[in-house]
Design a protein around this ligand. Sequence first.
Ligand SMILES: [Zn+2]
Length: 315
Amino acid sequence: MVKVIDAHCDLLDKMALHPEMDFRQDSVYADVSYPRLQRAGMVLQCFAVYLSDRQRITFERLLEGFDLFHQKIAVHNNVQFVRTKQDLESAAAMGRLGAMLTLEGADGLEGSMVYLRTAFYLGVRMMGLTWNQSNWAADGVMEPRKGGLTVKGKQLVRECNKLGLILDVSHLGEKGFWELIELSTKPLAASHSNAQSVCSHPRNLTDDQIKALIVQGGIAGLTFVPWFVKTSEPGVKDILTHIDHICGLGGVRHVGFGSDFDGIDYHIPGLEHPAHYERLANELHKRYTAEEAEGFLSGNWHRFFMENLPDDDGD
Ligand SMILES: [Zn+2]
């Protein structure tokens, strides 16, 4: 059975819109469901809390997102809430779906280190500083002034390093990326970004960025957003072009997947929901060794999380 780790989906955003949704069943509203993740062989799925423009950007709204994750996803018997290395190991041993809580943009933390630490206590284990625009911490990749990290943003980075909260560079502007590379004492992840040399889009990573992530032990999760994969008529095989490219930069052990399912309205034909990971796995096994394919599908993220998640307290 193929094992998969997916570092980014936006199911929680869909659930906030449609409170009647049940994770245990397929839904017309959502790409991600428990049955589809099970068919994919998913051992760990990251669930992002993202506050969109339609909401007030407050910590209270973040709490609602965290609550939704706990009430609708982590609560189920066959789901293992993953906060530590040991949780990740026990999810695999028990044959449960690992579920990690992540945050897409620090906006809702309102510049407060108390709120940041509270988010960590509630289980957030990976966080992007920004979405596409600017916030109190940094400038996102679409912010025209192209600024880096703010003083408060730097404070946030130090606090995340101290806590063991993984920093995610997807959506972060390039200046902030380089400041983060300089400042962070821990390896960084790009939960859902592709290679800019293969598909020119500002949300994708340049070769220099990919190389910098590799050098410091980080990882990039390739995403299935059609226009980040190929400018016209992308197909499942076009994702392999990004993998080839990153491997060419020395990243064979530093690349995985972060689909962005439920964060996109359009899909690559044949890659419309998590159960379709099987098709991608088939293509990977045709082109790469079994060990490499396994690394891309789950092994590389698994190693990264085992190196960077906190340990159990032992209680
Ligand atoms: Zn995103």
